[in-house]
Structure formats: structure tokens, C-alpha cells
Design a binder for this molecule. Structure first.
Ligand code: CU
Ligand code: ZN
Length: 186
């Protein structure tokens, strides 16, 4: 009788402890394998009066996030290229995407400046055929935390970003807009 009185709660406690341990181990594994975003994608659609379109891929790398893509239908030369606050391209001129994604309340600058908007990816450059090939690695954009670009907007501008005019870089209108979404890993 006395043994049962002690052994039963002890067995129950051990059972629950083991159960919790297994549950936590499984949850940690699921988090590592299932929740970690390592790839994202943005499909750029033209705004009113523009013919710019393209696809941009984002991939987690040791130094930050690699950005690769091809954008067509551009005027030859440089075009401002930023992550904007909202993943909302509903407005015909993409004004609904808001301003540059700026969680740290910094000033607008170029991509190589430490104190900048997180969304300040600088310029892309189109060749004589109006095609811009993007291949860069950025150290500030991320897929998790305060710098996460998931669900934000990606905007290509009419003009070059001068990397200094506040708060837009004087890049003019918006010629293409995309929502950055989670993509399947490779
Ligand atoms: Cu912009
Ligand atoms: Zn900016």
C-alpha cells in the first residue's frame, strides 16, 4: 500500500517528464526543418503605363541574403530598386506599397552604407535592350526578425536612386511592384 502510494505519482511524473521532453525535441526539430525560411520570391508586375516585369529570387547565405533576378521592359540605365514597407501593389501606380522599408527609422542611403533604410538596395542597371540582371548579396535584409522582408513590397523605379535625397533617393515613379513571399527551398 505504502509503495503504491509513492510509486504511482512517481511513475506519472516520470511519464509526463519524458512526454514533455519528447514533445520539445520534436518541436525543435520541426522548427529547424519546417519554419526556417531560406528562400523567397518576388514576381514583379508592371504599373500603369509601364511594361516592366521580372522575377527576383532571394536566398539565405552566410553573409546575408543573395538577390538574383532578371527584369525586362526597362529604359536603359539605372533604376532605383528598393524593398518598400507594404506588400500592397493594388494601386495602379503602386503608391499603396508605401515608403522604403525602414524599421530602424534611419535616413535613406545606398546599399553599402551601414546607416540606411533596410529596403535600400540601390540601383539596378538595364542594358540597351532594357534588361537588368541582378546578382548581389545584401547584409541587412533578412527572412526573420525586425529586418524580415517577407510580405513586404519590392519596387523598381523610373529613375536612378541618387542614394542621398531624403527619403526617396529621387528615383521618380514606380514602374513595377511585387510582394515578397516565402518560396520553396531548392
Ligand atoms: Cu523605392
Ligand atoms: Zn530608402
Amino acid at each position: 500500500m505504502r509503495i503504491t502510494r509513492i510509486a504511482a505519482p512517481l511513475a506519472a511524473t516520470m511519464f509526463l517528464t519524458l512526454g514533455s521532453a519528447l514533445f520539445l525535441a520534436r518541436a525543435a526539430q520541426d522548427h529547424m526543418e519546417g519554419d526556417e525560411v531560406t528562400h523567397a520570391i518576388a514576381v514583379l508586375h508592371h504599373t500603369k503605363g509601364s511594361e516592366v516585369h521580372g522575377v527576383v529570387h532571394f536566398t539565405k547565405v552566410a553573409e546575408g541574403v543573395k538577390v538574383e533576378g532578371k527584369i525586362t521592359g526597362l529604359k536603359p540605365g539605372k533604376h532605383g530598386f528598393h524593398v518598400h514597407e507594404f506588400g500592397d501593389c493594388s494601386d495602379p501606380e503602386a503608391k499603396s506599397a508605401g515608403g522604403h522599408f525602414n524599421p530602424g527609422k534611419m535616413k535613406h542611403a545606398g546599399p553599402d552604407t551601414k546607416m540606411r533604410h533596410v529596403g535600400d538596395l540601390g540601383n539596378i542597371e538595364a542594358n540597351a535592350e532594357g534588361v537588368a540582371t541582378i546578382d548581389l548579396v545584401d547584409s541587412q535584409i533578412a527572412f526573420h526578425g525586425h529586418h524580415s522582408i517577407i510580405g513586404r513590397g519590392l519596387i523598381v523605379h523610373e529613375k536612378a536612386d541618387d542614394l542621398k535625397t531624403q527619403p526617396t533617393g529621387d528615383a521618380g515613379g514606380r514602374v513595377a511592384c511585387a510582394v515578397i513571399g516565402v518560396a520553396k527551398g531548392k
